[in-house]
Design a protein around this ligand. Structure first.
Ligand code: DAH
Length: 336
């Protein structure tokens, strides 16, 4: 009996290992492990054997069944893998995983966009120091020590005279002191204020200053250039509004609004229900500023403007909190 079982085991192993197709394997399984197989009959006949033989045959039958089950599994895997594996666990048709690449910060991208638009309008880029002195940040811009405009420009002082610049306007002064007209520049960069941060104020943000000085520059040109600029940035259809305003270094002065891009003029928290959002300050350069830099106000006129770069991007993408730009949270940066 045991001899016959060993023979069977040898035949079955050869049949499983040698099966060349799933059908062949299935036939072998039925023949050697199926209900009517010799092995199964042997299990069923165990009860009729004498006690001592029953134990030896029973053990042999169980061992062989386990061994054959292992060969069957191995043969099944082998045939599936050879078939390219409908049931295999690797899906070769899935697209690959793309490696994560870094990108430019949205403020950097906005600055580059603004610079490119103004370059197309004939402006060149000028820069100045972030640590300024009282003369360039205030005095020369017609903001004397007791002027109420200083209230809005509280900043971080390094000593009695030196401070972190509160706006990019001092670059106007430095540029005019070092060149003769015509001057046509933009000055992008970081500025600082001693502010309690909230959704629309930060202690650091970005501005872009513009200045054009020549003989016979008029207010109409300022309106034309800014309307053109805003059209390039937000699309020709954007509504632009010029409102009278006040700045110590321009006369007359204007504040420039666009229709709120969050609510399209209907009114929302971002535009404080007015339907308009202020983007720029601008005006004709005050003669006092020309005097401070040694330009003759009887010969030259010019216009200047300043805008908040963060604000420009917020309006472009519908961002409602300026603090998001400085938190470096990738969930935000990847979206905008
Ligand atoms: N420097 C101003 C500020 O930070 C912005 C500004 C307004 C700049 C009007 C200008 C201008 O050049 O003409 O609030």
């Amino acid at each position: 009996m045991i001899e016959r079982l060993k023979e069977l085991r040898g035949e079955a192993v050869a049949a499983f290992d040698g099966a060349a197709s799933p059908q062949e394997l299935e036939e072998a399984r039925v023949r050697y492990l199926g209900r009517k197989s010799e092995l199964n009959q042997a299990s069923r006949g165990l009860k009729d054997l004498p006690e001592d033989e029953r134990r030896a045959v029973g053990r042999a039958v169980n061992e062989i069944k386990n061994e054959l089950a292992a060969h069957l599994t191995a043969a099944t895997d082998r045939l599936e893998a050879a078939a390219g594996g409908a049931a295999s666990s690797v899906d070769l048709t899935l697209p690959g995983r793309r490696p994560w690449v870094g990108g430019k910060h949205p403020i950097t991208r906005t600055l580059e966009r603004l610079e490119s638009i103004f370059a197309g309008l004939g402006f060149e880029v000028a820069t100045g120091p972030h640590i300024e002195d009282d003369f360039h940040n205030f005095e020369a811009l017609n903001i004397p020590p007791d002027h109420p405009a200083r209230d809005m420009h509280d900043t971080f002082y390094i000593d009695g005279d030196r401070l972190l610049r509160t706006h990019t306007s001092p670059v106007q002064i430095r540029t005019m002191k070092s060149r003769k007209p015509p001057v046509r520049i933009i000055a992008p960069g970081r500025v600082y204020r001693n502010e309690t941060p909230d959704a629309s104020h930060g202690s650091e943000f970005y501005q872009l200053e513009g200045l054009y000085v020549d003989r016979g520059v008029r207010f109409g040109e300022l309106m034309g250039v800014l309307t053109k600029f805003l059209g390039e940035l937000y699309g020709e259809a954007i509504a632009v509004r010029f409102r009278p305003g006040f700045f110590p270094f321009t006369e007359p002065s204007t504040e420039v609004d666009i229709e709120c891009r969050i609510c399209h003029g209907r009114g929302c928290p971002v535009c404080k229900n007015t339907g308009w959002v202020e983007l720029l300050g601008a005006g004709m350069v005050d003669p006092r500023v020309f005097e401070a830099v040694g330009y003759d106000p009887d010969v030259y006129t010019g216009y200047a403007f300043g805008l908040g770069v963060d604000r420009i991007h917020m309006m472009m993408c519908g961002v409602n909190d300026i603090r998001l730009y400085h938190e470096n949270d990738l969930r935000f940066l990847r979206q905008v």
